[in-house]
Write a protein that binds this ligand. Structure first.
Ligand code: G6P
Length: 599
């Protein structure tokens, strides 16, 4: 949510910052700006709209320098326009800041600063920080920032420069920030994607840390002024992974990557029919599991409940992180909290983990981004190894989350001394092949998308472990095509949504051949009787449902625990093709951001 990049060094700074912003665009894209120090002056260029709009600005051709910061915005306070775009200045235009997060006490600070004569020009909470730093500045930017941050409540990832000191000051509380280390050059960014083609050596800043970055060096302290030694981490991601690789959109590339990345999730974790996970857990002591997450990760959690209860034989509750954190949840000594998050930076999920930790519960995470906040907060965890996910609508992270939940369930069962079903391990090993078979249907699915792309509403129905697949299918469609879609348990449909069925309503059924099959067939007949238009995801050998449905996507049969993976892929493709046919920029759906780092 909002992207920051900063650079200090001798490279051509404008293209470097613009390219970095481009890589961060999935974090927000309603306005963008750059500020560069040259000849003891701050040169600021901002623009409403996407980074491509900013890049067209001729003023950028005239600026050069060795220090600069840039930002792509996802609006929280103040509408997306040029004035509210970052960077923001102080009154004298000698200090510039870019900010991610929310300054919660900004009304009070604004009032105070205005009384002292500061002229605040934007509607943002962020601009306040520039004026606070100005208020405390007396020749040392770092000291002024420390004093300013003592007044600030809320979350921030900040990069700050001024016209006279050759340094960038960065500070973090709640919003991710990394320092990239180069030779005679340094980078700051909210995400490794922005700097990966320059360096793979990074330092993750933790909450309440502040760093002073010069061309050759960096020094990190906490906000109390205590010097901190930090580990330099080597990023494993490659530059190719953050390029589109010939696909029209990142989302499509990531859908197609699923057969491969699932192999990465599995790699080294099944050996001689044993599950190898490095988890700090006494499985015999777990009485109950609570899984907490947001968005697509929450849907994976719902699937995880089915898998864990069946395999590990432990009751599971699933809670939205945003609800869990404020409910004062009853957590007992032998509960285990699992946080699921692609980014590891979702503000509500971080807060849920902190809430659990405050009650001294064991916490583990299922995360994609190595070194992210949640991964660091928990006792131990499972990384997805899905590679960078850039498309705003999550796809490959979802399927890798399900695989990880299955591994976790099997691991708990094994550690409890219960027998593992070898057939499920065999099925896992052929899952990538089966995924490829679904991906081959992309063109076929596009034809169905063409037929339904102008529909105003969609209903998605599924049962049991595939009910969350219906929720996720509906979420994918609304996120990127802006068509209203609802997911429902197929049987529950009779208690309300059935009133919506007419000849204009496409109803997508997720209907594998499992114990719910005959019931789903009945539900389909109920829709058909009311002239609803049925699209069904069915198994290859199914010769019944194809007679009821108007359109079918045939997918290979697999074990119930793995069927959500096989089924969701055709629905990801359906949503993608509908959105693409409608001419929507699938990777930048309106109002959404990849990583929601504010509450
Ligand atoms: C945002 C994204 C979703 C994602 C959700 C949770 O809403 O647009 O795709 O599922 O955040 O993100 P996380 O990184 O915690 O999985």
């Amino acid at each position: 949510m909002c992207g920051i990049i900063g650079y200090i060094g001798n490279k051509n700074i404008v293209p470097l910052l613009l390219n970095g912003l481009k890589k961060l665009e999935y974090r927000g894209y309603d306005s963008a700006g750059i500020c560069i120090v040259s000849n003891n002056r701050l040169h600021l260029v901002k623009k409403k709209g996407e980074i491509s709009q900013l890049a067209k600005n001729p003023e950028l051709n005239e600026i050069n320098g060795n220090i600069g910061i840039a930002h792509t915005r996802w609006a929280t306070h103040g509408e997306p326009n040029k004035i509210n775009a970052h960077p923001h200045f102080d009154c004298k235009k000698e200090i510039a800041i870019v900010h991610n997060g929310i300054i919660e006490n900004y009304h009070a600070l604004k009032e105070l600063l205005e009384k002292e004569g500061h002229k605040i020009v934007s509607d943002t909470d962020s601009e306040i920080v520039a004026h606070l730093v100005e208020k405390f500045y007396s020749g040392n930017l770092e000291n002024a920032v420390i004093k300013a941050l003592k007044c600030v409540e809320g979350a921030f990832g900040l990069a700050i420069i001024n016209n006279s000191e050759e340094k960038i000051i960065v500070a973090r509380r709640g919003s991710p920030l990394i320092i990239g280390i180069g030779k005679n050059e340094m980078f700051v960014a909210s995400d490794v994607a922005a700097i990966l083609n320059h360096t793979k050596k990074v330092i993750y800043l933790h909450d309440n840390e502040i760093a002073v970055i010069t061309k050759q060096d960096y020094s990190i302290k906490n906000l109390e002024g205590k010097q901190i030694d930090k580990k330099i981490c080597e990023i494993k991601w490659t530059v190719d992974q953050i390029e589109k690789g010939g696909f029209k959109h990142f989302m499509l590339k990531e859908i197609f990557e699923q057969s491969n990345v699932i192999k990465n999730t599995l790699r080294g974790r099944i050996k001689d029919s044993k599950i190898k996970l490095t988890l700090n857990l006494n499985t015999n002591l777990i009485n109950r599991i609570i899984i907490t997450a947001c968005g697509t990760s929450w849907h994976a959690a719902l699937i995880g409940k089915h898998i864990i209860e069946k395999i590990a034989e432990i009751p599971v509750e699933v809670d939205y992180a945003s609800e869990f954190r404020y409910r004062n949840p009853i957590i007992k000594e032998n509960d285990l909290i699992i946080a699921i998050s692609q980014s590891g930076e979702t503000a509500d999920t971080i807060a849920a983990v902190k809430e659990a930790k405050s009650k001294r519960t064991k916490t583990i995470s299922i995360i994609n981004v190595v070194g992210s906040t949640i991964a660091r907060e928990v006792d131990s965890g499972v990384y997805l190894h899905a590679g960078p996910e850039i498309g705003v609508a999550s796809t490959k992270a979802f399927t890798c989350q399900i695989v990880s939940l299955l591994l976790l369930a099997l691991f708990i069962r094994q550690e409890k001394g219960l027998r593992l079903d070898k057939k499920i391990l065999q099925e896992l090993s052929i899952l990538p092949k089966k995924i490829k078979q679904v991906l081959k249907k992309s063109d076929e699915i596009r034809k169905v998308a063409e037929k339904f792309k102008d529909s105003k509403n969609f209903l998605y129905l599924g049962r049991g472990i595939n009910f969350p697949v219906a929720l996720e299918g509906a979420l994918k469609l609304k996120e990127i095509s802006y068509i209203h879609a609802e997911g429902y348990p197929a049987a529950e449909m009779k208690h309300g949504p059935i009133a919506l069925i007419d000849e204009n309503m496409p109803v997508v059924f997720v209907s594998p051949k499992d114990h719910t099959y005959e019931k789903i067939l009945n539900n389909m007949e109920e829709i058909k009787a009311r002239k609803g238009r049925i699209i069904a995801v069915i198994n290859e050998e199914d010769e019944k449902l194809n007679k009821v449905a108007e359109d079918i996507f045939r997918v290979p049969k697999t074990r119930a625990e793995l069927s959500p993976i096989i089924n969701i892929i055709s629905l990801q493709l359906l949503a993608y093709h509908i959105a693409d046919l409608k001419g929507i920029d699938v990777d930048k759906p309106r109002n959404l951001a990849k990583s929601v780092t504010v509450e």
